[in-house]
Design a protein around this ligand. Structure first.
Ligand SMILES: [Zn+2]
Length: 286
């Protein structure tokens, strides 16, 4: 996914690269005075200049009509006079029009108070009943130093096709991490579910396997997951130790709302760090 400020030029450049290993999803970062909005996969460019603080919903509707996903970039970045427009000031009336919030942005998101603010904004919307995902990204304005870490977004997809990736992003079948990888699914009545799917109330089984990072650079930060926290709506319903490479199963009783997990552990010389955040599974009424 490549997004630049009010232009799709990088996409044209990437198309000329001699590689068929990369699948590129088109996107743009609307860079306005009132906030930065990520638009992914839209079939046409919607005019960002029309968006005003009070009329952002009609722009969001236009993006949706063009098949695009909408995401709020770095909602709590410092705005004017440091970076005009970087703080999210739009008055969204219907957060159902927002697909995701960039909870982890910039280098070393784990060390930044703005990540916590974005996380709280996301959780608050989930608790209000919106089906909204969290994402990780960064503004690539300079090459990072050896001592800087970057968070990653892993998307679950059965094939490396742009339309499959886009469909999984839309649904919320992805998680964000400082490094460690997870395989996460839920089972209910013989069927397997992925993040973003809807389950029913009642018995279910959560399955998760934790793996070390495969990114050469991130290995240096020694992020190691140690325990798993399961949230059901605004409650923690399980907190268990977890070890890399050993599948863990948890039997859970589901109630209407959502269920999501986080992995905590050590890294960068600290402990009890939030290392992985999954997107939710949703639970419908009976
Ligand atoms: Zn931005």
């Amino acid at each position: 996914m490549i997004t630049d400020h009010n232009t799709t030029a990088p996409l044209e450049e990437v198309k000329t690269w001699d590689s068929n290993e990369l699948v590129i999803l088109s996107g743009m970062e609307w860079t306005t005075f009132f906030g930065h909005l990520l638009v992914i996969g839209a079939r046409k460019v919607v005019d960002w200049r029309k968006a005003t603080i009070e009329t952002i919903d009609s722009s969001l509707e236009e993006i949706k009509a063009a098949g695009g996903l909408t995401g709020i970039a770095h909602p709590f970045s410092i705005g004017s006079p440091m970076c005009t427009g970087c703080h999210w000031d739009f008055h969204v009336q219907d957060y159902g029009l927002i697909d995701f919030i960039e909870v982890w942005n910039r280098l070393n998101p784990d060390e930044d108070f703005r990540s916590q603010q974005a996380y709280e904004m996301w959780v608050d919307l989930l608790n209000q009943g919106f089906r909204i995902s969290c994402s990780a990204g960064r503004d690539w304005h300079r090459q990072e130093d050896e001592t800087d870490s970057t968070a990653l977004t892993y998307v679950g997809a059965s094939a490396d096709y742009a339309d499959v990736l886009l469909a999984n992003l839309k649904k919320g079948n992805y998680y964000i991490t400082l490094g460690p990888k997870i395989h996460l699914s839920m089972k209910q009545a013989g069927k397997t579910y992925v993040m973003g799917d809807e389950l029913r109330v009642g018995d279910s089984m959560l399955k998760i396997t934790l793996e070390p990072t495969e990114q050469a650079k991130l290995k240096a930060f020694n992020f190691v997951g140690e325990y798993l926290v399961v949230w059901q709506n605004d409650q923690i319903i399980a907190c268990e130790t977890i070890e890399e490479g050993i599948e863990k199963e948890l039997s859970l009783e589901l109630v209407p709302g959502y269920l999501r997990i986080e992995i905590f552990g050590r890294g960068k010389g600290h402990s009890n760090k939030r290392l992985v955040i999954s997107n939710p599974f949703y639970i419908g009424k009976a």
